[in-house]
Every structure is written in structure tokens, then in C-alpha cells.
Design a protein around this ligand. Structure first.
Ligand SMILES: [Zn+2]
Length: 299
């Protein structure tokens, strides 16, 4: 599972890979596992003939850096991959998740400087902050993501467990206005265009669902709203590729039984989680994935 890449246009982000890193990784993976193209992987999954050593490459969130760095390498090597795309990126109102990440990584000297400001402001908005910190230390939260620092984990814990979306957005807006951050410029820099997606599709890669607005916790959303998330995403991607969509990955690895039933009814035959916390393939819509940062450490 790949997210961020860097080159002379895209600044390094936490865990991002260069073109050379990516080439070396594909080579390393090919030696260690049976590295399949996404089309072959899907076919074997549908036929129930996947071997335990079979792996494939997947890219989440339609990031422009993936298009600029990784797509050319794969087209050169001749391997196809999955691209899981959430649609709000292509509207005037994209989800702010990635913009916030870009703000964090591009505006501060280092991530801990960002965290310090964030924790300070969130303490003002959130009186129970210190009590949560005590609980958090006992929790062993995100222990399946060893590449996160303690601040990374505390930030993610606060954001997903204790701040409402409005509280979180208020804190981030305040921080962005203080730093005079240009949101419009950031949008153009961060995401692929629909033409990029058409190129990806025409080069033989598989474009798949990743919801409409990329909710952080899909399993907490009602069944009817989940259905809208995936239906709008489906219609958007069919409109771009002209083909039925068969593949997906769960945003932030979050789903429940409703999600799986909705996807099945839509004809989705292959779906991916976002961690290796369960190593077995529980169902064809719950295939575990290893984060590229973990692979990079292992190399
Ligand atoms: Zn995602």
C-alpha cells in the first residue's frame, strides 16, 4: 500500500519514497514474493487461486506525486497496479484530510513543531485533554504501525477518538490562517486530474473505489450514508473510465458488515484493508495490506 512520493516537485513527507526507492522496492518485492499485476491478482482472487506468496501494488487517495513518480516507473517495468480514488478530490470541495497533511509537512520545520502548536490549541478547545492523555498511555493504540512516533500516535488518537470534526476543522483553520496557507494552490499540487486518471486507466492499471469523501471512520456511519458514499464514488469513476468498477480499498481501513454488503451488491469483487493486523484474507473484500513504510524498513 503506497501513499506519498517525493521528487523535485513534491517535497518529502513522512515516509515518502523517491523514484529510486520505489524502483528498489519493486525489485526487492519481486525477489521475495510473487509480485503480480493488479489484473492478474484480481483474476486469481476471483478464481480462488491466490497463493500465500502472491502480492500486488496499490496506491490510495489519487495523489499527484504517485502519478508523477510511480506511474512512469511501473509503465517502464510493465507492471500494473491498483489506484483507489476518492471522488471529492475532483470537486471544488475536496476532503481536507490531505490538505491538512500537506499543511503540516510543508509549513513547519518538522512535524513535532506542528504537533506542539496543535496540542496547545486543542487543549484550549478540549478541557479533558490531560485525562485523555493518561488513558491513551495505557492503550497501546496503533501498535500495528511501528513507524509512528509517540506524537504521531497521540495526534491520531486525539483526532479520531476525541475531537469532533468541527473541533478539528476549527483548530486546523485557525492554524492555517495564522500561517497564511494558500489552500487553492495546495489542491492543484496535491491531487491527480481526471485526465491523469484516464491515462492510468488506459495504461492498464485498475482504478477502484475509495468512497466519495474519505470518512475517517466509515464503520460509524449509517448504512444509508455508506451506500451514498460508495454509489457517488462508483458513478464518478465509471464516468471517467467508461468501465464497471470491480475493486476498492477501505478508507483508513475502516468498515463494518454494512459496508461489505453494500460493496458486494455493487458488484465489487476485490477489496483491501489498510494494515496487516489480520494477516489472513478473511474475505475477498478484506485483503490485508502492508504499508510501504514497513516494507522500506524491512529492506
Ligand atoms: Zn485513503
Amino acid at each position: 500500500m503506497f501513499h506519498h512520493f517525493h521528487d523535485d516537485k513534491h517535497e518529502p513527507a513522512q515516509g515518502s519514497l523517491s523514484k529510486t526507492d520505489f524502483k528498489n522496492m519493486v525489485h526487492w518485492l519481486g525477489n521475495k514474493y510473487s509480485l503480480l499485476g493488479a489484473n492478474e491478482y484480481t483474476e486469481k482472487c476471483e478464481n480462488g487461486t491466490l497463493n500465500s506468496s502472491d502480492i500486488c501494488l496499490s496506491f490510495d487517495d489519487a495523489l499527484k506525486c504517485q502519478y508523477d513518480v510511480a506511474v512512469a516507473v511501473m509503465n517502464e517495468i510493465g507492471i500494473d497496479a491498483f489506484f483507489f480514488v476518492y471522488s471529492s478530490v475532483f470537486t471544488a470541495n475536496p476532503d481536507y484530510l490531505e490538505i491538512y497533511r500537506y499543511f503540516r509537512t510543508s509549513t513547519f520545520d518538522d512535524i513535532d513543531e506542528f504537533y506542539e502548536e496543535f496540542f496547545e490549541i486543542s487543549q484550549q478547545y478540549h478541557p479533558k485533554f490531560s485525562k485523555h492523555k493518561t488513558n491513551f498511555i495505557k492503550l497501546n493504540y496503533l501498535s500495528d504501525c511501528p513507524f509512528y512516533s509517540e506524537n504521531d500516535i497521540w495526534f491520531r488518537y486525539l483526532r479520531s477518538q476525541h475531537l469532533s470534526l468541527e473541533q478539528y476543522q476549527r483548530i486546523m483553520s485557525k492554524m492555517m490562517s495564522v500561517k497564511k496557507f494558500d489552500t487553492e494552490k495546495a489542491k492543484k499540487h496535491l491531487w491527480m486530474t481526471e485526465d491523469d486518471l484516464i491515462n492510468i486507466h488506459q495504461s492498464g492499471h485498475i482504478v477502484g473505489l475509495h468512497s466519495y469523501s474519505h470518512p475517517i471512520q466509515m464503520k460509524k456511519i449509517s448504512r444509508s450514508k455508506q451506500k451514498i458514499e460508495y454509489q457517488k464514488n462508483y458513478e464518478h469513476l465509471v464516468g471517467i473510465t467508461g468501465n464497471p468498477i470491480k475493486a476498492m480499498s477501505h478508507p483508513c481501513g475502516e468498515y463494518n458488515q454494512d459496508t461489505l454488503e453494500i460493496l458486494k451488491a455493487m458488484g465489487i469483487s476485490i477489496g483491501f484493508r489498510s494494515s496487516m493486523s489480520t494477516k489472513d484474507i478473511k474475505s475477498s473484500l478484506e485483503i490485508p495490506r502492508e504499508d510501504h513504510a514497513n516494507v522500506f524498513k524491512e529492506m
